[in-house]
Design a binder for this molecule. Sequence first.
Ligand SMILES: [Zn+2]
Length: 491
Amino acid sequence: MHPAGTGGGRGYEPVIGLEVHAQLASSSKMFCGCAARGGAPPNSRTCPTCLGLPGALPVVNARCVDLGVLVALALGCTVAERSVFARKHYFYPDLPKGYQITQFDAPLARDGAVSWVSDGGRRTVRVTRVHLEEDAGKSFHAGFPDSASSAYVDFNRSGVPLVEIVTGPDLSDPADAAEFVRRLRAVLVAIGASEAIMEDGGLRCDANVSLRRAGGRAPGARTEIKNLNSFRALQRALEYEIARQTAALDAGGAIQPDTLGWDEGSGRTVPMRAKEQSDDYRYFPEPDLPPLVVAAGRIERLRASLPELPEQRRERLAARYGLGADDAAALAATPRTAAYFEAAAAACGDAAAACAWMRGELARRLSEAGSTLDEAAVAPDALGRLIRMASEGAVSASAAKAILGRMVETGREPEEIAAADALLQISDAGAIDALVAATLARFPEQVRQYRQGKRVIAGFLVGQVMQASGGRANPALADRLVRARLDRADQ
Ligand SMILES: [Zn+2]
């Protein structure tokens, strides 16, 4: 049982469901050929169809259907071979047709889930439906000299393709709700279905929230918070709304089923209008479009084209390389990071070392250089060879770190840097032993003290050998050879 985290502590359990709208990565709109990307002068990307002029007919954008199917499949949904577009009626100045074309009782897909591991536990949020729809235009009520008396509207967004993803009422914690949207966003980006840029409105979230008494069955009336366009806004709005509903119920009041907006400035939800029920929208099948048919073969072709998803990648790296949860999550963060790690691990034959170097020294050096792995001049194969040079004793651990620093700066190969900077470790026993003999000859008094029982002085002599080698002697070998000579009674 989850406590009502921010409320009056009377044991209410929040019940949260989300509706996420993501702009599909199509260059043209859902039902016409107008460009769907932003950044153009207002009302320059319009035609009779997306302006809703009489007689203009919609035509389904096949690319958007493919992208919608990919989203549904990536979320584990069952895709309907036959779905139906419907008109959702409401009046708003940025909706010139007086209705939005969406899908209602026969959506593109149903019954999937988003699942992830956090704090050692697996979270699963059901996706009840995925459907296609068009966006409305955009109204501007502020920012113009005459905004006090006039509003402006830009129809460039009218008809932009959206996929709507609806969850079950499976969330109870605002932080989890934000994490769900992060995970969902990562999937949308990974499969190339949406750029999902929240700051541009390319990913927007509506949140339904209600409270039920701990142990009770039915939740109370729910409110809907519209158009949350950042993870932070989503989490804060839910926290506020849960606290507000808790206080209202504690005071003996009732919750009105309102549609709310989130005012970032004041940190409060604000009523927009009474919440519509689906009856209010007078849904009916879109008469200008036939049912949307997606043949089984097309669905399977799209399924086969799906790349590895972030959560699959994390699980595969953890299982294949024996990585801990933290390491697996970090290295699976992007396809590029994972591919880099796998190539480096293959080159050095030691996945644990590749992981430690990537997350440790390489990350630190890149961060110091103001660079990222994507821009790194260090090829994964070169990192792997450097790791191998260190593990085989060709260079010391500290020299390996210095070499990596030079690799990040110059993009040169580790062998080349080691040779040019005289960093190759001396592991030739004969060469080191000659240095040991010369060193002991220089310090007869210390040798005598050692043989009289002052064993600790061996460390001083090893230090002298290291110095004589310019720091390049293999330290373990130097130590062994110094002791061997000291312990030989005839010296
Ligand atoms: Zn158009």
